[in-house]
Write a new protein. Structure first.
Length: 719
């Protein structure tokens, strides 16, 4: 039983394969966090104590102050001065609440998160529901803990029900609170911007508040919602590491506060700046789902926990069952100059090279000849498709490849028929000039009429057109956020309702085109999050296709997200076979594709690409489904090394990538510790043989110092 409750001690124990999460009920009202970490270790139960001036209820004694004890969920204004998870403005106008434990139940399966993406759970997964009540507002708070035993993950979310007589406004909403003993941790976050998303940062925690957030209406390239807390000495293979993430793609807030008692509060959720929600009597609100994992074996294990979880519980299952297609994408080859004759030749060359699919990127619809016009007009441009989209797609397919198409449903150019017909369908604030970004405005996805319109316009355009793949883009951030469709007192709800509209449309796509796959994108990785991964089989990792940049972008993405989600394209090698080889080997960090003008490629380059695709297909499954072991990170070193291996440790795909300014020398031994000591292996790419012991002791490899250099080895166990 992964969820146990001791009636005598009033202690809940949630266990996964390697971890335990423990909390208790104190004084019949408080939920006190006790422990989260390695299973079966003795922990010291929390002993109440007092801190001067901390508020308390007289009948419980001054040692039970809400400001001191570790809470399971935290509330604003009633004695806990640390950052709160919930702030609720009720009829008294104060924001103060005092939720207390009321009851709990366990059940198989999970509670869905209404209108939002959430992790898949069958009857083997158990959930704990804990009910808390605030007597003054009459609100009921349900805390959910879903235990993913095999993946070592516990997920949390909450539902707030207004059972009172008056409306309440949720002013801050976090999906969880985790109050940990001690503060000797480092905080790892992934920060950045467009083309430089997910830079790795590790810094010691300090007293006070530390937070990362997005205010842009997307999970953002500036700060990814994922973060980790680790012991000061934690490494790839050793030490305590907690990984936290949110299944959500909009603005968010992650908070870490070290308090006066040297304890650490962790929270993740919707936050307060870009959020508000009014609940009428009888209504309920569901928060996004937070994901927690713990590893006692360093970052490597945390990463593999998150990878397994994302593959098993988040990604659409049809995305994992078969190889992801190797695509040729037209963007860097054509930009907006879509020419059907040319693309049919692209398709022909793609088929010859062994690519599986041609993806027609931006520029095919409306008056889209540059980024200044046409967004929102989702009909093919008749000047570009003289015989219509359907005939064009059929011709592409006749050449022997499948077909993908680019869309950016959430956006509109002011110079478009859609905007001219419905200026009120954009996010805007009355009296304030909307600001453009990339010449575009954001559609009001919080308005169901807009979502409905989009469904109908795509349905009409794609009727009878056989589309195998959608690249769903989102190329600007939100500001001047207001919805003409909502009253003034509901405007705070727009960012959250916007995301619900986006998810509703994504869901519709998955149902309307069940055989098609969706790759999501936001100028590259601006929405690289678990919410998008629930619908899209992979994400365009970054608009930056420079292989040196890609090395660290991919490594930091892999910290939290599996390789199956990472779309990695080889861009123009400029007739240089060495450059092509390097770009290809870097792209093997994730799912391979190409983004170049195939008609301009020389015969040797085309022949080499054909060889690469064939080779890639021989180990694609290892990348898509394999366990990832990082050996040397590009952040602190002048080269990087890692490997993927299958469940049974029969195959290893090893990669070493040099940075530009590497000093020529030999590496230290790069240990493939998962190899079996009593087996022999052959590198299928070179034919060289190794004993398992040799692989475990480590490969010592040459660093050339020349740049554009990588080493790839594919070891297979010999019978
Ligand atoms: C974004 C994407 C690119 C491409 C362009 C098209 O920048 O990240 O891959 O699709 O939009 O406008």
């Amino acid at each position: 039983m992964p969820i146990k409750f001791s009636k005598a001690e009033k202690v809940f124990t949630l266990t996964t394969k390697n971890t335990a999460y423990i909390f208790s009920i104190a004084c019949d009202r408080y939920l006190v966090h006790q422990f989260y970490g390695k299973k079966n270790v003795r922990y010291t139960p929390y002993k109440p104590y007092t801190v001067s001036f901390s508020p308390y209820r007289k009948e419980l004694g001054n040692t039970w102050s809400p400001d001191v004890f570790p809470q399971e969920y935290s509330f604003f204004g009633y004695g806990d001065y640390r950052t709160a998870a919930l702030k609720l403005r009720g009829a008294d106008g104060t924001g103060v609440t005092d939720f207390v434990y009321s009851s709990h139940r366990r059940f198989n399966g999970r509670m869905p998160v209404e209108g939002l993406p959430f992790a898949e759970a069958d009857e083997h997964v158990q959930t704990l529901e804990v009910k808390m009540i605030d007597s003054v507002t009459g609100c009921e708070l349900l805390l959910y803990y879903t235990v993913f035993y095999e993946e070592d993950v516990i997920s949390r979310h909450m539902i707030l029900k207004n059972k009172g007589q008056s409306p309440v406004k949720i002013e801050k909403c976090m999906s969880m609170t985790l109050d940990m003993q001690g503060c000797d941790y480092d905080l790892v976050t992934l920060y950045g911007g467009h083309c430089v998303a997910r830079r790795y940062q590790r810094a010691p925690l300090h007293h006070g508040m530390q937070s990362i957030c997005s205010r842009i209406g997307a999970s953002s390239p500036q700060y990814n919602p994922f973060f980790a807390l680790c012991g000061k000495k934690a490494t790839e293979e050793r030490g305590d590491v907690y990984g936290i993430n949110l299944v959500y793609s909009g603005s968010f807030l992650d908070e870490i506060e070290v308090d006066q008692t040297d304890c650490t509060r962790i929270q993740t959720g919707l936050g307060e700046e870009n959020f508000g929600y009014t609940l009428l009597p009888g209504e309920q609100f569901c928060s996004p789902e937070a994901i927690l994992t713990y590893s006692s074996k360093g970052f490597g294990q945390m990463t593999r926990n998150l990878h397994n979880f994302t593959r098993n519980r988040i990604l659409p299952q049809n995305s994992l069952k078969k190889p992801h297609p190797v695509v040729l994408n037209t963007w860097e080859a054509c930009y907006f100059n879509i020419d059907e004759e040319k693309l049919i030749r692209f398709a022909e060359e793609s088929a010859k090279t062994g690519f599986d699919m041609l993806v027609m990127d931006d520029g095919w619809f409306g008056k889209r000849n540059n980024d200044r016009a046409g967004l929102g007009d989702w009909q093919e441009n008749p000047d570009k498709f003289k015989r219509g989209l359907k005939t064009f797609v059929d011709s592409v397919k006749e050449k022997g490849v499948s077909f993908g198409i680019w869309i950016e449903p959430e956006m509109v150019n002011p110079d478009s028929d859609l905007y001219r017909a419905h200026p009120e369908w954009c996010l805007r604030v009355p009296g304030r000039e909307p600001l453009l970004a990339r010449e575009q405005l954001v559609l009001d996805m919080s308005n169901p009429d807009v979502v409905e319109f989009l469904k109908n316009s795509f349905k009409k355009t794609f009727e009878n057109v056989s589309i195998d793949y959608f690249k769903w883009d989102m190329n600007r951030h939100m500001c001047n956020v207001g919805s003409p469709a909502l009253p003034p007192d509901r405007q705070d709800e727009v960012p959250f309702r916007y995301m619900k509209g986006v998810y509703a449309l994504l869901k519709w796509f998955t149902e309307e085109y069940p055989d098609a796959i969706i790759e999501t994108c936001s100028g590259g990785g601006g929405r690289y999050d678990l919410g998008m991964m629930r619908y899209g089989f992979q994400i365009w990792t970054s608009d930056n296709t420079n292989p040196y940049s890609r090395t660290w972008i991919q490594r930091s993405s892999l910290l939290a997200y599996p390789a199956a989600t990472m779309s990695c394209h080889v861009s123009n090698p400029r007739d240089d076979l060495k450059a092509l080889d390097f770009r290809y080997k870097v792209a093997l960090g994730g799912m391979l594709g190409y983004e170049l003008n195939i008609l301009n490629m020389s015969e040797p380059i085309k022949a080499e690409m054909a060889r690469e695709v064939k080779e890639y297909k021989s180990f694609e499954e290892l990348i898509r489904l394999g366990d990832y072991y990082n050996l040397v990170s590009p952040f602190e070193n002048d080269f990087s090394a890692y490997y993927y291996t299958d469940r049974n440790r029969k195959e290893f795909l090893f990669s070493l990538i040099e940075k530009k300014d590497t000093a020529p020398r030999s590496t230290k031994p790069l240990k493939i510790k998962e190899a079996k000591a009593d087996k022999n292996y052959v590198d299928l790419l070179s034919g060289s043989r190794y004993t398992g012991k040799e692989l475990r002791d480590g490969l010592i490899l040459p660093l050339t110092g020349e740049g554009n250099t990588a080493i790839l080895m594919h070891f297979s166990e010999e019978p």
